[in-house]
Write a new protein. Structure first.
Length: 453
């Protein structure tokens, strides 16, 4: 046997390459079994499960390149060093980059969290790992086989559980689908609906949830439109927490879970290529919800002439769209509810986006400007000067457009407060915006005049 030089894998016995090829064929079999059990690799719930196997494939390729000749040595080391920086290895193992090509088998074991071997951090023990490389890979193959068998057994149940992760309202409340069948213009989604930290993604089945007033019923109702950049929905910060406030004031809250991702956001590029475009699927959901609320006014014990909207960030843009496009027929009627008006009686937009055409400009988005009329509902606007997600010009541009059309509009702007604060206190003057909204609702006649007012 050729003498092995310490710190180098270059003179490894040739049967190592043969063993790797054999292991590679077995690995491909494992991957095939795995994918058959959990679904196609493009599935958002399959990808995390397949990640360990893909990382293993990188290691196997790196070894094959290393054995293939010295010309590929740097490529192999680059692959392994890159793999070392992945989440699977970060902070758990230390492998010297100089000798990392000698420890691919151990690195594979690390990634799947099997305990057949522990990668030593001291170079003095690296040589022993080179000597029993094949023995370790043999144990690894057996462990991997057991690992895949276990995952194949639990994958259907795990996959079903992941797919059932749909947002649910609090006890005593029921979300109702707003469309009797498939919604119109249904966009392609990157995966099934998911909820993480109360942020909802991939909504294909839009719903509304009605929260009855906890105090004296004023007869008013507000459709709440959470924000999230048309990418996700901030369902607590700009949804349920807003409903808690409204219902405590005697106002019926209707929380809308609308379709996202949607125009202008494109999940394929994770960008907004049509930043000023009409958000058609989401706006269809808003219009449909307003019609349903009026249709069920008697059931909800509300006045159909006191139905408004409140939206935050992207939801604020939807408020502007709903306030200006209510006469547009964006979808074919599906039942009698679609014969009812989708015009809101009042509108509230907090830190809206997509309205100003450019930074430091109050030129209004023509999608909105072209549809402002005297019938646009009275509007309350609020945006902070230090909003660096959207900009104060978004509110200013819409304010000027409404003012020019003679629409009653009230604008509030603060030096500090940022973006996406909802009702959560910041110990700043902007914290008092709910009281400003309540006072405004009294002044426009949605709420009864205050005593002594």
């Amino acid at each position: 046997m050729a003498r092995r030089r310490r710190g180098s894998c270059r003179r490894y016995p040739i049967d190592r390459a043969e063993g790797l090829e054999q292991w590679g064929r077995q690995r491909n079999t494992f991957v095939g079994q795995f994918q058959s059990a959990v679904g196609p690799p493009e599935d958002s719930h399959t990808q995390p499960l397949l990640q360990p196997l893909h990382l293993m494939a990188d290691c196997r390729l790196a070894h094959a390149e290393l054995v293939g000749g010295t010309g590929k040595r740097q490529v192999a080391r680059g692959r392994l060093e890159s793999a070392q920086r992945t989440q699977w290895d970060r902070g758990a193992y230390r492998i010297s980059p100089k000798f990392s090509s000698c420890f691919a088998c151990d690195l594979i074991l690390c990634r799947v969290r099997l305990r057949q071997a522990i990668v030593p951090s001291k170079r003095s023990r690296e040589h022993s790992h080179m000597r029993d490389f094949q023995g370790r890979c043999g144990r690894f193959a057996a462990g991997l086989s057991a690992f895949v068998a276990a995952v194949v057994a639990i994958a259907p149940a795990a996959n079903a559980a992941a797919r059932s992760q749909v947002w649910q309202p609090s006890a005593g409340h029921v979300q109702t689908p707003i469309w009797p069948g498939t919604p119109p213009d249904q966009p392609v989604m990157p995966g099934p609906e998911t909820v993480k930290d109360m942020a909802i993604a991939n909504v294909t089945r839009p719903t509304m949830t009605v929260y009855a007033p906890s105090g004296q019923n004023t007869g008013a109702a507000v459709v709440v439109i959470p924000g999230g950049g048309f990418q996700i929905l901030a369902m607590d910060l700009e949804g349920t927490e807003i409903c808690d406030w409204l219902t405590s004031r005697g106002i019926t809250c209707v929380l809308l879970k609308y379709r996202v991702p949607s125009v202008p956001y494109d999940w394929r590029c994770k960008c907004r290529p049509h930043n000023k475009a009409l958000s058609r699927p989401s706006l269809q959901d808003v219009q449909r919800t307003l019609r349903l609320v009026r249709t069920h006014a008697a059931e909800y014990r509300i006045d159909p002439r006191k139905v408004g909207v409140i939206g935050f960030s992207a939801g604020g843009f939807l408020v502007a769209e709903a306030s200006t496009w209510f006469d547009a027929h964006l979808y074919a009627p599906v039942d009698a509810a679609d014969n009812v008006s989708s015009r809101s009686d009042f509108a509230i937009a907090l830190y809206p986006g997509h309205l100003a055409m450019a930074d430091n400009s109050i030129a209004l988005n023509p999608v909105i400007a072209s549809h402002i009329t005297a019938r646009t509902p009275p509007t309350f606007l609020l945006q902070n000067e230090d909003d660096h997600v959207d900009q104060v010009e978004d509110a200013l541009s819409y304010y000027m457009g409404l003012k020019k059309a003679g629409v009653p509009v009230e604008l509030h702007s603060y030096a500090q407060g940022g973006h996406a604060f909802g009702l959560r206190p910041k110990n700043l003057p902007v914290d008092h915006w709910p009281q400003l909204v309540e006072q405004w609702l009294h002044t426009i006649g949605i709420l009864a005049p205050r005593r002594g007012g």
